[in-house]
Write a protein that binds this ligand. Structure first.
Ligand SMILES: O=C(O)CCC(=O)C(=O)O
Ligand SMILES: [Fe+2]
Length: 171
């Protein structure tokens, strides 16, 4: 609605949604400087609702490139915008890059709920949001295929890049 669209404008994308929950367990690691719990990535879907315990470890990358810790707040969820929202909004919203740092003493648990569209959805900027002054910045892609391909190489604990939405960005 903050995009100036009707509240139900996105409903059709989720008729056969492919949402899922993941249970993450990060055991203590004696050498946290040498590895990551989850390598840097952006969540590919629409939205992520994340519950984390009180240990902390989630870092998000700020616009200036600096990694900042998302400190746990009791009884609250973290809402992460995913790649599909970035494309639908034609970059008005930007999905946040994040990673998980491990803890040398305490194990950590987190539970993300990934809210994802139907496999057959072609993801592209919403047509009401594009015009001559603000042309579409993306070539459309199929959600199901994008997710499958991305999953193969995602969460690598190294700097290698796998499929990203900017590969569909028109230059
Ligand atoms: O454990 C966390 O806080 C985040 C995990 C995460 O980013 C993911 O599973 O996509
Ligand atoms: Fe994530």
């Amino acid at each position: 609605m903050s995009l100036g669209l009707p509240g139900k404008r996105f409903n059709g994308f989720f008729a056969n949604h492919t949402s899922f929950i993941r249970l993450n367990h990060y055991p203590p690691c004696p050498t946290p400087d040498l590895t990551l719990g989850v390598g840097r990535h952006k969540d590919p879907g629409a939205l992520t609702v994340l519950a984390q315990d009180n240990v902390g470890g989630l870092d998000v990358k700020r616009k200036d490139g600096e990694w900042v810790r998302v400190n746990p707040i009791p009884s609250s969820y973290i809402i992460n915008l995913g790649d599909c929202c970035q494309v639908w909004s034609n970059d008005k919203y930007v999905s946040a890059e994040h990673r998980v740092t491990v803890n040398s003493k305490r194990k950590r648990f987190s539970i993300p709920f990934f809210f994802n569209s139907s496999n057959n959805v072609m993801v592209k900027p919403i047509k009401e949001l594009v015009n001559e002054r603000n042309p579409s910045k993306y070539t459309e892609f199929n959600w199901g295929k994008f997710f499958k391909t991305k999953n193969v190489g995602n969460y690598n604990k190294r700097e290698a890049e796998n499929l990203q939405i900017h590969h569909f960005q028109d230059v």
